[in-house]
Ligand binder design. Structure first.
Ligand SMILES: Nc1ncnc2c1ncn2[C@@H]1O[C@H](COP(=O)(O)OP(=O)(O)O)[C@@H](O)[C@H]1O
Ligand SMILES: O=C(O)C1=C[C@@H](OP(=O)(O)O)[C@@H](O)[C@H](O)C1
Ligand SMILES: [Mg+2]
Length: 207
């Protein structure tokens, strides 16, 4: 028997068709790669990409760090919840969220209704090495960022575990991780009862 692989273009088109109006939503801790891998997956699938932190910075005309210091985390979270709810209304697109977004129960419900969630999961040394490259993350600008990250792992992992798909983010080339995301998505959508029927578009609420 000859095993023929599905050409990438067919696989990508199949994913786009099965998504309907749903978006692909990346969740996970700071440094997991949500922003960079999300952008690559969007390129591969020919979908628009948006990062919730970037969108928040655009609408507020402030950096995330300045929002935290001027208005406090609670205000940032409120803006984050509203921005993500709006972004999810006009899928399909790839939405990379900030690490704390999926902690919010309303956001988790909105993502469950209008998206397919992907938890990018990386181990602690990998996360710490990556977040150490930039000082733009206010939660980690302190004496002991590693214990903050450990605490966030404890608090958030049970919530991230609600995501539809988990992909192990590690120090392999970004294209490799993005490719694994696309394969996991294809597999998930293969067995997805909510996929729009052939030739139709999903209504974005089907979940
Ligand atoms: N597979 C990878 N290999 C090498 N570096 C990576 C990989 N994935 C992410 N990174 C790097 O890790 C850092 C954090 O990535 P980012 O996408 O901003 O994470 P997040 O949005 O989850 O906080 C960036 O410098 C990014 O280039
Ligand atoms: O985990 C968090 O609470 C945060 C993660 C950040 O985004 P990334 O996960 O993209 O770094 C950003 O939203 C903010 O600094 C808070
Ligand atoms: Mg990010």
């Amino acid at each position: 028997m000859t095993v023929t692989e599905t050409p990438a273009s067919t696989k990508f088109a199949g994913i786009a068709q099965k998504l309907g109006n749903r978006s692909i939503v990346f969740v996970g801790l700071m440094g997991a790669g949500k922003t960079v891998i999300g952008r690559k997956v969007a390129e591969m699938l020919g979908l628009a990409f948006i990062d919730s932190d970037h969108e928040i910075e655009t609408v507020s005309r402030m950096t995330v760090a300045d929002l935290f210091s001027s208005y406090g985390e609670a205000e940032f979270r409120s803006l984050e919840r509203r921005v993500i709810a709006r972004l999810l209304k006009s899928g399909p697109r790839v939405v990379s969220t900030g690490g704390g977004a999926f902690v919010n129960a309303q956001t988790r419900r909105a993502v469950a209704r209008r998206g397919i969630s992907i938890w990018l999961k990386a181990d602690l040394p990998t996360l710490m090495e990556r977040v150490g490259r930039k000082s733009t993350r206010p939660l980690l600008n302190n004496q002991d960022p590693e214990s903050v990250m450990r605490r966030l792992m404890d608090e958030r992992y049970p919530l991230y575990a609600e995501a539809d798909i988990v992909v192990h983010s590690r120090n392999e080339p970004k294209d490799v991780i993005a490719g694994e995301v696309v394969d996991a998505l294809a597999q998930y959508l293969e067995n997805d009862a909510h996929a729009p029927r052939e030739g139709t578009r999903g209504n974005g609420d089907a979940k």
